[in-house]
Design a protein around this ligand. Structure first.
Ligand code: ADP
Length: 663
């Protein structure tokens, strides 16, 4: 506990305690010693005084003893008892018989046989002394010399009992006076020590206070220069340290302020630039979307009519070839528009993969059929080399995968004059129901210069001879690479000029149940089995409407037309069709609202509504399906896709004619 106290208290406190303890001990010791010394002296004095009183009384008791008359000693006894310390007196004869006794009696038996010849202290108790003095009979007037020589006769004894109370009182007084004096000195000393230590510790306390304030972060803390030299030096060093710290802090602050200004300025610049870029990008996307819509709508009508006219059998060869040119040019234009839109949409991160079950062998056969025709036109051989262990069905974005493969294979055919074009499909790895496939397109064509191997993936970059560039947009590889990246892979290429090129990519797919195999036909149906079906075509653009109506009526459908949603509802009210083909964007009442109203009517709620829109994003598709549409087809309407959906919704079986023109 003491140790804890010592540790916890200040230097000044510790010093005071030590000094106080020492001083009190010193005062106690010194007063004990001096009172012991004093009491010894007092005791000697008192003893001498007692003996003197006894001797004096003895000399005055001679007569009383000689005549055995106590009254002779009465005076002497009275004057003896005047001494305050004398508490008892007695006179006895030589045979120890008591002659006179005053005061508290003395025990007689104790004196039996006690015959001292000299005066002195005879006995001592705790609180009294007893002195004895023999009484001699004097013969004449003896000289001091004779006294010692002559044999005097012993008359008796005088005894005086003297109390020790004076001794004790004086002892006490001496002790307390001593103690008081030493304590006063001690106190004075203690005060002095405290004053001195205060002088010593105040600067220290001030210094530590200053340090504490500096630590708390008070500005401009200065230690006072005072106290002993050492401490003053310390305070001085502390002040210097604080000054240096302050300087550094100021410097840091200046840097920070500057940095903040810089950051604020840069951030403002950046956010402005970002805003500008975003606005520009939005404008670009909007422009592209509008443009593609504006261009595709009339183009759609042109292509549809060309397609339709080509199906007629009263054409002269010139007309037929003219129609073919219209169609191929229109298709190229459409490709260009679609490609530009496609690329900008992919680059804006808006492209998504639409996965469905794809029967891989049929899918590859379909591609091979198309490429083989093109290859044979150039007397090239085409080989489809698909490993036997490739999964029969997998989940993929069929359209996008086909797009990539057709692009690579189309390039291979385009840039090869002799030899072969080969499509190799291999399984790279398999894990659970995940499979990683490698698609490889090899050709024995002109090859690509090494320094252009990367460049050809940039939009509008075309390498090699100019005449081969015709018909290409320079966008194919750029789009393909983005699409493959979307599938989680990348396109790689290797080429030796004059010997040929290889393009390959890996992509991961989930394998799917072989039972879910899509039926794909590359042939054009001529009609369908069973009773005649009624289709209502709703579109505000007359050309589009009539193109679809003509296509459907040649296939044997009964077609009705409506120019907006309200007209469509009236039409359905009169006579219920089997299926509605509805444009999404229309004046008066758009496709979404019309569909919602149809769905609200129990009688019409099961009527299949196929929504057609130029806005082919996932959000638009979702909006259509939310409104109650049965299916969604993007514009321009792909004939096969439309016929697939209709066959599915109406449960049709197509009637085919012998293959004429496979796309
Ligand atoms: P294009 O529409 O011109 O084919 P692509 O982006 O598909 O555009 O191709 C870009 C360029 O890459 C082509 O113009 C051609 O120079 C080169 N290229 C692509 N594939 C091959 C190939 N198999 N052999 C040689 N050159 C090729």
């Amino acid at each position: 506990m003491l140790a804890r106290f010592v540790r916890g208290s200040t230097f000044r406190g510790q010093l005071s305690i030590a000094v106080a303890l020492g001083v009190v001990l010193l005062a106690l010791c010194s007063s004990l010693v001096s009172s012991w010394q004093g009491s010894r002296q007092i005791r000697a004095t008192l003893l001498a005084q007692g003996e003197g009183i006894a001797v004096n009384l003895a000399s005055r008791s001679e007569l009383a003893l000689v005549f055995a008359a106590p009254e002779n000693a009465a005076d002497a006894i009275a004057s003896t008892l005047v001494f305050p310390e004398v508490i008892a007196v007695e006179i006895r004869d030589a045979d120890n018989r008591l002659l006179v006794a005053r005061g508290v009696g003395l025990p007689a038996q104790e004196l039996q046989g006690s015959r001292p010849l000299q005066s002195g202290l005879e006995a001592e108790t705790e609180d009294a002394w007893r002195f004895v003095a023999p009484v001699w009979a004097a013969r004449g007037a003896p000289t001091p010399f004779e006294m010692t020589e002559q044999r005097a006769e012993l008359l008796g004894y005088v005894r005086v009992v003297q109390s020790k109370s004076t001794l004790m009182r004086m002892q006490r007084n001496v002790f307390f006076v001593n103690l008081a004096v030493s304590l006063s000195f001690a106190l004075a000393f203690l005060l002095l020590v405290r004053l001195l230590s205060a002088r010593l510790t105040r600067p220290l306390a001030e210094l530590s206070g200053a340090m504490l304030r500096a630590e708390r972060g008070e500005p401009d803390v200065q230690a006072r220069l005072s106290g002993p030299h050492d401490i003053e030096a310390m305070a001085h060093a502390f002040n210097r340290m604080i000054a240096v710290l302050r300087e550094r802090e100021d410097e840091l602050e200046r840097h920070r302020d500057h940095l903040e200004e810089l950051v604020v300025a840069r951030t403002a610049e950046l956010s402005e630039a970002k805003e500008r870029a975003e606005v520009a990008n939005l404008a670009k996307s909007e422009f592209l979307a509008r443009m593609s819509h504006e261009l595709r709508t009339p183009l759609n009508a042109i292509l549809g009519y060309a397609q339709l006219l080509r199906m007629g059998d009263s054409l002269t060869p010139r007309q037929a070839s003219g129609l073919d040119t219209i169609r191929s040019s229109g298709e190229h234009l459409l490709t260009l528009i679609v490609d530009i839109l496609d690329l900008s949409r992919i680059e804006a991160g808006k492209a998504e993969l639409y996965l469905s079950e794809v029967a891989l062998p049929a899918f590859l056969r379909g591609i091979a059929d198309i490429i083989r025709i093109k290859a044979e036109e150039k007397a090239l051989s085409f080989v489809l080399d698909s490993a036997p262990d490739v999964p029969p069905v997998l989940r993929a974005d069929e359209k996008r995968l086909r797009q990539v493969l057709l692009n690579l294979l189309g390039n291979a055919v385009k840039f090869t004059d002799k030899g072969e074009v080969r499509l190799v499909v291999r399984v790279v790895s398999r894990e659970g129901d995940q499979v990683r496939l490698r698609f490889e397109v090899r050709d024995t064509g002109v090859g690509i210069p090494a320094d252009q191997l990367e460049q050809i993936f940039l939009p509008f970059e075309q390498a090699g001879e100019v005449h081969r560039r015709f018909g290409g947009t320079g966008l194919g590889l750029a789009i393909s690479r983005q699409l493959v990246r979307l599938m989680g892979g990348d396109i790689h290429t290797e080429s030796t000029q004059g010997q040929g090129s290889v393009f390959w990519f890996d992509a991961a797919f989930a394998t799917a149940d072989a039972a879910v195999q899509a039926q794909h036909s590359l042939r054009l149906p001529a009609g369908y089995e069973g009773e005649r079906r009624r289709v209502l075509v709703v579109d505000d653009v007359g050309g589009n409407r009539r193109m679809l109506a003509d296509l459907l009526s040649t296939l044997g459908f009964e077609v009705e037309e409506a120019a907006d949603g309200a007209a469509a509802l009236r039409c359905i009210g009169v006579r219920m069709p089997d299926l509605v083909l509805m444009d999404m964007a229309m004046p008066v009442m758009d496709g979404l609202e019309t569909t919602r109203r149809l769905r609200a009517e129990p009688a019409w709620s099961a009527l299949p509504v196929v929504m057609v829109s130029a806005n082919a994003s996932a959000a638009d598709r979702a909006r259509c399906l939310d409104a109650g549409a049965t299916a969604f087809i993007p514009k321009p309407v792909n004939r096969d896709a439309l016929l697939d959906v209709m066959a599915q919704r109406l449960g049709l079986t197509w009637r085919f004619e012998p293959v004429s023109d496979a796309k």
